[in-house]
Design a protein around this ligand. Structure first.
Ligand code: BGP
Length: 468
């Protein structure tokens, strides 16, 4: 008899994003998205147009292999599967009046497969995949017009899939826009040329669009549960000095603002102070204020690492992630410099729960690693004990947070099947329980192989966390 902190009906599963696994980047009438001009990942400037070296153009060919992949997820016992709908499959340019039926039909087929296996869909409406035309013509969310285009897109999704999809996320990692404006903001103006006025106006437009989508979802599909999606990253002071603690408070505020608006329906005082001090004059209409009152049903977030911060300018460089921070000498790091901190997950879950009192959903967590395909007893596999250890330690801490009283709806590991990395745009940074034979140079058979973690996760799900 095993004990478990995880409640009955807990939604175990995995998470993906269209641009990182589908491929078929021009199939079925799809238009280009910003990812189609980001062959080198999120740290490099976009190219003029699509280039041959963009691994996302084929991805892992989920566009053609979704049935086989979903069957593998079902074999692990997934209760839920998070995927994004590629905006440019539905509205190839983003500002058309009518949706592309072929794109809609593709997601019907994906939903058919999930239904067949009793897997609950968890859909991200916009996951770093703004149609390129909207980025080029409007500079993305800097333009208020994006609210209307997103509204039209979201309305089409709720109308078409509302009876089949209960859980929706409006924008992937919406607070990432602060650090990488192109990602969730679809803003092509380089960060160092983007004024804070334009950046915060774009953020405001996204927040209004998110609230508007929440409103429309509830009208069209009364059972819909809509969540925002944040990068969760506990921030520790490098030293016990008040000066460091104050920097931590400011960094925390800059991220928590996104959750505050989504939960409370208005900007918190510290944000208003920030705007004033920076001379930012946001155009917020009365209608915007009304719309923002449509608050979310739950808070979802990604969790990979914590960061440390200090007021000391001599403290050294960040840790290889878009959120910055300084190296934390107490923590081990992944091969990509991301600090490994399972306890931080418990801390951030408590922080979010105490602050917002809304159910939480961990929709991304995992370890990116360079896996080796080996043969064991004539079967090809990956002995990924490091991944099992990472996930196990984090899930134990999620269980601790539940014991602390946190309401947690579910947990989806990032990249449950290997896919193209967002930051590096390569395949060698792998997260999956399923190995995909595709390499950074584009070679490979695209065959799927179960890693050791595949059986481990199946057992975690079967025992509802009792085997951890
Ligand atoms: C998050 C994104 C995902 C995903 C993940 C892992 O920020 O929402 O799209 O890629 O990070 O990051 P990476 O692929 O860079 O290792």
């Amino acid at each position: 008899m095993t004990t478990t902190n995880f409640p009955d009906g807990f939604l175990w599963g995995g998470a993906t994003a269209a641009n990182q696994l589908e491929g078929g980047y021009l199939d079925g009438g799809k238009g280009l998205s910003i990812q189609d001009v980001m062959p080198k990942g999120i740290m490099s400037p976009p190219t003029e147009g699509p280039t041959d070296d963009n691994l996302k153009h084929v991805g892992i060919d989920f566009y053609n292999r979704y049935a086989e992949d979903i069957a593998l997820f079902a074999e692990m016992g997934f209760k839920t599967f998070r995927f994004s709908i590629a905006w440019s499959r539905i509205f190839p340019k983003g500002d058309e009046l009518e949706p592309n039926e072929e794109g809609l039909a593709f997601y019907d087929r994906v939903l058919d497969e999930l239904e067949k296996h009793g897997i609950e869909p968890l859909v991200t409406i916009s996951h770093y995949e703004t149609p390129l035309h909207l980025a080029q013509t409007y500079d993305g969310w800097v333009s208020r017009e994006l609210i209307g285009f997103y509204e039209r897109y979201a309305r089409v999704l709720f109308t078409r899939y509302g009876s089949r999809v209960k859980y929706w996320l409006t924008f992937n990692e919406i607070n990432s826009v602060l650090h990488a404006p192109l990602l969730s903001g679809g803003i092509l103006t380089p960060k160092d040329q983007l004024s804070e006025q334009d950046l915060y106006q774009a953020i405001h437009h996204e927040l209004v669009a998110s609230a508007l989508a929440t409103k429309i979802a509830h009208e069209i599909a009364p059972n819909a549960q809509v969540g925002c999606m944040l990068i969760a990253m506990p921030v520790y002071p490098l030293t016990p000095s008040p000066a460091d603690a104050l920097v931590v408070m400011d960094v925390d505020h800059s991220n928590l603002m996104f959750g505050d608006v989504h939960v409370r329906g208005e900007y918190p005082g510290f944000a208003l102070r920030l705007f004033k001090e920076k001379g930012i004059n946001l155009n917020i209409t009365d209608e915007d204020r009304e719309i923002l009152k449509n608050t979310v049903d739950f808070i979802s977030f990604s969790y990979y690492m914590s960061i440390a911060e200090t007021a000391d300018p001599a403290a050294g460089a960040g840790e290889g992630n878009i959120m910055g921070g300084v190296p934390n000498p107490t923590l081990e790091k992944s091969e990509w410099g991301w600090a490994i901190d399972p306890v931080g997950l418990r801390i951030v879950m408590n922080q979010f729960w105490e602050r917002w009192q809304k159910p939480l959903f961990i929709v991304e967590n995992g370890l990116g690693a360079k896996d080796q395909l080996v043969e064991v007893g004539g079967v090809k596999t990956v002995e990924d004990d490091y991944r099992i250890a990472y996930l196990n330690d984090h899930l134990v801490q999620a269980g601790e947070a539940i014991a602390d009283g946190v309401d947690l709806l579910g947990y989806t590991t990032w990249g449950c099947i290997d896919l193209v990395s967002a930051s590096t745009a390569q395949l060698s940074k792998r997260y999956g329980f399923i190995y995909v034979d595709r390499n950074d140079d584009g070679s490979g058979t695209l065959e799927r192989y179960k890693k050791k973690s595949f059986d481990w996760y199946a057992e975690v799900i079967r025992t509802n966390g009792g085997s951890l």
